[in-house]
Structure formats: structure tokens, C-alpha cells
Design a protein around this ligand. Structure first.
Ligand SMILES: Cc1c2[nH]c(c1CCC(=O)O)Cc1[nH]c(c(CCC(=O)O)c1C)Cc1[nH]c(c(CCC(=O)O)c1C)Cc1[nH]c(c(C)c1CCC(=O)O)C2
Length: 344
């Protein structure tokens, strides 16, 4: 069989039609997801149930035939595996026990111990490897250390990552120790996903944009480089997608500096600018505003075409600029896919 389209794009090949998948493609906008989640009981039980997690991963592949499937899990499972308490409050989001003191950090487990908690996730990967269609690429993922640290330090999501910035200012040694433990844990976690069958891994740094100047280089770029270097040493040739969301000008050169094979772009950057300044170094992924999955219509079609056109001279994987939201209309997803593949 010919090589999978996503893997070809990641190697730098320019394809006549960009391969496509969607962040949060298994999620609450799909009735079949909601049914399986109800069967599991709650979100975390779904993440840790390999049969059901594999089922929700497969649902958007069956419905839409995306070119890639992304493992169903969450970036906050790693802090849980390191010993933090984690729970989800319906309608609000994640809650974790906070880490702001040395004594709380000292109670965490070493990175080598994370597999005990995370082994069901590797089981999900194994099931998917068996059940996915031959042409579909399986993407594993983890949160980048900075983004995961913002949740561990605050104990929840925050608008401006204030508590993490405060710890960085007040106790830099402790802040850096947390990032170091997360970096080591992420290498362990992604390495096992690859051994179980993930063909690509993606590093989600959703809050990279709140790191400025030297802080960005030290706490977004450097950990990504270390993780990617170590993964490629252990698993030669494994492609990595990096997503330093809202990095702006810092997207330029990020792939070269970290060794990433592809940079995922959020929708705050113009495709023409990104083609000239980021895609010149290799594959890019993105970057339709996820709000189009709610509003649909002519604007969706027009912007989808503009993005495909802007990135058509280099390697490109079509995606949204951020995850699809629960209020999205599944028919708008089909319209986006048809537009990319030339059927609309
Ligand atoms: C910051 C972050 C988290 N999780 C993630 C990030 C980084 C990407 C981003 O910026 O969106 C990443 C993530 N979360 C999920 C995936 C699975 C793969 C995918 O479909 O993309 C991935 C890659 C499932 C999920 N993770 C979550 C859901 C919704 C939970 C549910 O079904 O109730 C899903 C499908 C829950 C989650 N998980 C997290 C939050 C803040 C929330 C609450 C959001 C909400 O309730 O709307 C942490």
C-alpha cells in the first residue's frame, strides 16, 4: 500500500489535496460521543477504559474518514500519574491538587513511575493500531511541560496563567523543577505510546503564547527541543508535530530550533504570512477558526479555500486552529471536509 498521506506531508511532500483531521474530533459535538461517554460514566472513566476510549477515537473516522485519528485521552493524565489529584467539574473543567510548595513537589512520583497509571492509555493505542483503517494515521499526544504546569500550579484552568507566572517570579527553582519533572514524564509517556503503535506524536503547548521573549525560549522552546531530541534518539524517524499555540512571531524558526517535523498554527496568524515565514521550513498544520464549525455557510467555504490555497505550495495538513467546540454542527464538519477535498 502507498504510504499514508499524513506521513507523506510530514516528510515534506506537497500533496495535491492536503490530508485533514481535526483537534478534538472525538468530542461532545457528536451524539455518538455523548452516548459512549454516558456509558463510561464520566470523562476520566472514559479516558481509562481502553475499549471505550478506542471506540470514541474511531467514531469520527467512521463518520468522516479523516486521514488521522488522535488517541482519546487528556493532557492532564500525566500530572495524575505523577501523583496529583485530578477531577473534572461538569460545565467548568479540570481541577487538580495544587503544587506551589517544595513539600508538595517532593511528594510527586519520579517520571519512571508514570506507566502504572497510564498503562490503560497504551492499551487504547494497541486496540487502535489493530482496528484503524489501513490508510489512517494514528497520532499520540501529550501536553507540553509549560501548559501542563499551568494547570498543576493553579489547580485549574486560568485565563492568563497568573499563578504559574507568579511561581516563576517567586520561586524559580521550584518552577523549573516542576517543568523538569514534566519534561522527563512526557518523554516516558510519549515513548510508550510510540512503542504501543502511535505513528506520530503531537505536543500541545496551548498556553505557549503567554510566555514572552526569553521565557518563551526557556520554557516553551527548550523543553520541546529536549523532548523531541530524546524521542527521536529512542525512536529514529518518529515524526513530531509541535503546537506552541499563539506563539505569533515565535512560530518562525520553531521547527528548526526544536527538531519538530511540523508546526501546528492557531488561527491568529494569517495563512499567507505563515506560508512565507513558517512553511518555508517544512510542514505546517492548520488553521481554520473553529467558530466556523458553529456558523458554517459561505464564510466557512471561503476561508477553507483561502487556507488550502495559501499553503498549496508547501507541505500542509489541514486542521482547525484550536479544538472543535461542543456547540459545533456535525454538518459543518462535513462541509469543511468536502471543501478541502474538492467536493464542494
Ligand atoms: C488544555 C488541554 C486539556 N486537554 C487538552 C488540552 C490542550 C489542547 C487545547 O488547548 O484544547 C488536550 C486534549 N483533550 C482531549 C484530547 C483528545 C484528542 C482530541 O480529540 O483532540 C486532547 C488532545 C479530550 C478532551 N478533554 C476534555 C474533553 C471534554 C470532556 C467531556 O467529554 O466532558 C475532551 C473531549 C476535557 C478537558 N481537558 C482539558 C480541559 C481544559 C478540559 C475541559 C474543557 C471542557 O470541559 O470543555 C485540558
Amino acid at each position: 500500500m502507498a504510504e499514508k498521506t499524513i506521513l507523506r506531508a510530514l516528510k515534506g511532500e506537497v500533496l495535491p489535496t492536503p490530508p485533514i483531521w481535526m483537534m478534538r474530533q472525538a468530542g461532545r459535538y457528536l451524539p455518538e460521543y455523548k452516548a459512549t461517554r454516558a456509558q463510561a460514566g464520566d470523562f476520566l472513566s472514559l479516558c481509562y477504559n481502553p475499549e471505550l476510549a478506542a471506540e470514541v477515537t474511531l467514531q469520527p473516522i467512521r463518520r468522516y474518514g479523516f486521514d488521522a485519528a488522535i488517541l482519546f485521552a487528556d493532557i492532564l493524565l500525566l500530572p495524575q500519574a505523577l501523583g496529583a489529584d485530578l477531577w473534572f467539574v461538569t460545565g467548568e473543567g479540570p481541577r487538580l491538587s495544587t503544587i506551589t510548595r517544595q513539600s508538595e513537589f517532593d511528594a510527586l512520583k519520579p517520571a519512571s513511575d508514570v506507566h502504572e497509571t497510564l498503562s490503560p492509555i497504551y492499551e487504547t493505542v494497541k486496540i487502535l493500531k489493530r482496528e484503524l483503517p489501513a490508510e489512517t494515521t494514528l497520532i499520540g499526544f501529550a501536553g507540553a511541560p509549560w501548559t501542563v504546569a499551568t494547570y498543576m500550579i493553579a489547580g485549574r484552568g486560568t485565563k492568563d496563567q497568573g499563578p504559574a507566572h507568579a511561581l516563576k517570579a517567586e520561586n524559580r527553582a521550584l518552577f523549573e523543577a516542576i517543568l523538569e519533572r514534566l519534561t522527563e514524564g512526557t518523554i516516558e509517556y510519549l515513548s510508550k505510546q510510540i512503542e504501543a503503535g502511535a505513528e506520530v506524536v503531537k505536543l500541545f503547548d496551548s498556553w505557549a503564547g503567554s510566555l514572552k521573549g526569553e521565557d518563551f525560549d526557556r520554557y516553551a522552546l527548550a523543553p520541546a527541543k529536549r523532548i523531541i531530541t530524546e524521542l527521536k534518539a529512542r525512536h529514529p524517524g518518529i515524526p513530531v508535530i509541535a503546537f506552541p499555540r499563539e506563539a505569533g512571531e515565535k512560530y518562525v524558526g520553531f521547527a528548526k530550533a526544536t527538531g519538530a517535523d511540523c508546526v501546528a498554527l492557531d488561527n491568529s496568524v494569517a495563512p499567507e504570512w505563515a506560508a512565507a515565514n513558517v512553511q518555508v521550513d517544512g510542514c505546517v498544520q492548520g488553521n481554520l477558526a473553529s467558530s466556523h464549525m458553529v456558523t458554517g455557510g459561505e464564510a466557512l467555504v471561503r476561508e477553507t479555500r483561502e487556507i488550502v490555497q495559501a499553503f498549496s505550495k508547501g507541505p500542509h495538513i489541514f486542521n482547525l486552529g484550536h479544538g472543535i467546540t461542543p456547540d459545533a454542527d456535525p454538518e459543518n464538519v462535513q462541509l469543511m471536509i468536502d471543501t478541502v477535498r474538492g467536493g464542494a
